[in-house]
Design a protein around this ligand. Structure first.
Ligand code: CO
Ligand code: CO
Length: 319
């Protein structure tokens, strides 16, 4: 997109391309804005129903990351209809629909094409009050950084494909990817949250880099405080690392200062490309405990993994 003309000036576009935010936000009225996002990908697990549900949870996540409420969704489908039984597609779509219903909305349409490699996702429309949009930018020095899901889904889904993931790792990764970020979004809504995003393809440190850069601040991350899925570090050490995670590591090389004693495998997990990851929330230090309590009340374990600090925008120091 950086090779194309910039969007036309429009005062009602509240969030566009500039900050790499999770969704576009368009003001319809002084008290109402539309939030629009889409995500789709190839299967991350073997079971068709589970794949559909994970893809839907992931697509809905950008709505929650913006502090918005979902309104409706439409399907985006690519499927090899001559090579696989149609019942597989029905299972994918049922998984997606059940997850969307869990979010309290419905799927109202969609589009499909015949394609050798299956792909599934949603375009989701939501609403938010224009004054209550939570963006990438807005984080302030001193804000605590709270993460709501453990890392390692990219590494573990790669290990699943190679049939080397333990049942414990596989179950924990799938449980995390299936979990809606709705409860985390509800917990943060009434608090002094300055910025938030969901952790997906750029990994924890990639998304934190963009959040900090858009906010004009640096960040400090305590490696030991970051929650990891069981087996993720060992699988990274064994080379079960997706291409997306490797490109994140290359991107982050000039943007992250690592402590000399941190293992290569731990660095890889902190950079791991996530599917349907948790929310990364920059909350005023005063409200950090309140946020952890509000998350816990909804059954979500939040972890304070670091803080925003004054410094070169987007620079991350891992300690
Ligand atoms: Co996102
Ligand atoms: Co997204």
């Amino acid at each position: 997109m950086s090779h194309l003309p910039t969007p036309l000036d429009n005062h009602d576009v509240l969030v566009g391309l500039e900050t790499g935010d999770d969704a576009a936000v368009y003001r319809l009225r002084p008290d109402l804005a539309l939030v629009v996002t889409t995500d789709f990908f190839t299967p991350v697990v073997d079971d068709a129903y589970t794949f559909g549900a994970i893809a839907a949870a992931n697509a809905l996540s950008d709505i929650y990351a913006m502090g918005a409420q979902p309104l409706m969704a439409i399907n985006l489908v690519a499927f090899p209809i001559k090579e696989l039984p149609g019942s597989v597609l029905v299972d994918i779509l049922r998984g997606g629909l059940d997850k969307v219903r869990e979010a309290g909305i419905d799927i109202l349409g969609g589009h499909s094409i015949d394609d050798h490699e299956p792909k599934y996702g949603l375009a989701v429309t939501g609403t938010v009050h224009p004054d209550r949009v939570i963006r990438n930018r807005g984080g302030q020095p001193g804000d605590h950084l709270v993460l709501t899901k453990a890392l390692g889904t990219g590494i573990i889904t790669t290990a699943i494909k190679h049939q080397v993931a333990t049942p414990e790792s596989e179950a924990a990764a799938i449980e995390g990817m299936l979990r809606l970020n709705r409860d985390a979004a509800e917990a943060m809504a009434p608090l002094q949250v300055h910025a938030a995003t969901d952790v997906t393809g750029f990994g924890l440190l990639g998304h934190l880099h963009y959040l900090a850069k858009a906010s004009g601040v640096a960040a400090r991350v305590k490696a030991a405080a970051v929650p990891l899925l069981p087996g993720a570090e060992a699988l990274a050490d064994a080379g079960e690392v997706p291409g997306g995670t490797r490109s994140n590591e290359r991107f982050l090389a000039s943007r992250v200062r690592w402590p000399p004693d941190l293992s290569a495998a731990r660095q890889t997990v902190l950079s791991d490309a996530q599917t349907s990851g948790g929310l990364l929330i920059a909350v005023a230090a005063d409200d950090a405990d309140r946020l952890l309590d509000a998350l816990a009340q909804r059954g979500v374990t939040g972890h304070v993994i670091g803080e925003l600090v004054p410094g070169s925008p987007g620079e991350i120091t891992v300690i």
